[in-house]
Design a protein around this ligand. Sequence first.
Ligand code: NHR
Ligand code: GAR
Length: 216
Amino acid sequence: MTNVVVLISGSGTNLQALIDAKQKGELPVTISAVISNRPNVKGLERAQAAGIETLVIDHKDYASRELFDAELQARIDEFDPHLVVLAGFMRILTEGFTRHYSARMLNIHPSLLPKYQGLHTHQRALEAGDTEHGVTVHFVTPELDGGPNVIQAVVAIVEGDTVESLAQRVQAQEHVIYPMAVSWFAEKRLSMDNHQSVLDNEVLPPSGYVLDTRMK
Ligand code: NHR
Ligand code: GAR
């Protein structure tokens, strides 16, 4: 069974979606640990409730990003995971760390990458007057939110949308596409090759696989 370590920083709704998919028999993985860089977050409770080992490695206890990442890497590697899943993990990772997990680390980012890398994506999409927005799962590379896309879900922006209403609709799709992407990896249907995502032996387009939730 594919061994997965999940990194979180907060509420852990994406972690919960993975736990739920596994419970439904839709995700052939073992989540061997959940690691948070913030103490006392809801995601840690979700992991404990599912019987998953939890660890807190507080970035504030480390003098530099390099020292934090070295400790994080050492603790992750005790679980010898096939895949590391960033699920709302909010610390930028050093190049060395991302290279160590090259082709075996995924992130979910709340925008249609390459649009809106970084933070405050919902606000930026609204301020730009965009008519569509969404969420992307991608392989993690040293370039922030720059690794090859695996899957994205497109969500319509509607009249009267606020950051909160938009985030809520995007997050509902996150909980659909992240278990899909992780299950593809677990079933060995998905890989990263030459800085490209490959699904079922076909190189995916730059967008990744697209799930369009808009009415046409
Ligand atoms: N690291 C690398 N090298 N590459 C990626 O693609 C990464 C990464 C680390 C995290 C998630 C990412 C996102 O999906 C992610 C992808 C945090 C920040 C950030 O600015 C930016 C992007 C992402 C996560 N973090 C601040 C920092 O100083 C802290 C912000 C906070 O604590 O609230 O690390 O969006
Ligand atoms: C999610 O919306 C995720 O896309 C976003 O944070 C939320 C975490 O929610 N991730 C980032 O912004 C990464 N920088 P969760 O903790 O409930 O899964």
